[in-house]
Design a protein around this ligand. Structure first.
Ligand SMILES: [Fe+2]
Length: 254
């Protein structure tokens, strides 16, 4: 990360994350998916930061409930994929570059969790704000799109560079890990990765951000050919899409 650009990880509600991306040099900030306004406004004030934009990944209320108070305080541009989201005032288009003074994001539409889901990717800095598309060792539930929609969306993330650091919308990592360990008890690789994740969580109280290169190996929903699930797929005659459906359906019941 550029020394001038910082990311504040904000724990919100029960297990949500909002993010404040800010430049110390320019004293400007952007907020992604605010659920609770007060701690965000406090952080901005304490650090003397001028909020220049709010970015929204999708319409679910746990990603948008903080917009109201922030907008009433700051009257900022609120970028969203869906103008039905209250207080959003700039509609994002697919593959649009959003230039925010000290950082540029490509907005990529990735439907599946909802039809209006967008992620924010900064290729220059190798960071992705993924909302509820990919989680560490998991993916969002399919509420509005089809299995194929979500699979195709995750394949777009699969094509990003291994060094991409992902900041997602929820702290679900340990639950996802437990699910995978109970589903694939013979995959010893999960135990090694488990040690890494648990150490990180113990040290920092978060598993954010996480590395896409690791997800390509341990996250079954990406169906990457380097993953530890390839043998299971071939023994059980799954192709990528049928394996994705199998594992997503199992997780829904977990
Ligand atoms: Fe959601």
């Amino acid at each position: 990360m550029n020394e001038n650009i910082k990311i504040q990880i904000c724990k919100q509600l029960k297990d949500n994350y909002s993010y404040i991306i800010y430049s110390k040099k320019f004293k400007k900030a952007i907020v992604i998916d605010p659920s609770e306004a007060d701690p965000i406004l406090k952080f901005l004030e304490l650090n003397n930061l001028d909020l220049i934009a709010v970015l929204i990944t999708h319409h679910h209320s746990d990603h948008t409930s903080g917009i109201d108070k922030i907008y009433k305080n700051k009257k900022v541009n609120v970028y969203s994929p869906n103008l039905k989201i209250e207080f959003s005032n700039i509609k994002i288009n697919n593959n649009e570059i959003i230039d925010l003074f000290f950082i540029k994001f490509k907005a990529i539409f990735l439907p599946g969790h909802t039809n209006d889901h967008v992620v924010f990717y900064c290729e220059e800095k190798n960071i992705l704000f993924s909302g509820d598309t990919i989680f560490s060792l998991g993916c969002g539930r399919i509420f509005e799109g089809s299995i194929k929609d979500m699979y195709n969306s995750l394949q777009k993330i699969n094509k990003m560079p291994d060094k991409t650091m992902i900041f997602c919308g929820h702290e679900y990592t340990l639950n996802n890990l437990n699910f995978l360990k109970s589903t694939f008890p013979n995959l010893k690789e999960l135990d090694d990765y488990s040690l890494k994740i648990n150490t990180k969580f113990k040290d920092t109280e978060t598993t954010m951000p996480f590395l896409l290169g690791d997800e390509k190996i341990y996250n079954p929903y990406l169906c990457n050919k380097r993953s530890i699930y390839e043998k299971f797929k071939s023994i059980n005659n799954y192709n990528n899409l049928s394996f994705f459906k199998y594992i997503r359906d199992l997780k829904d019941l977990y």
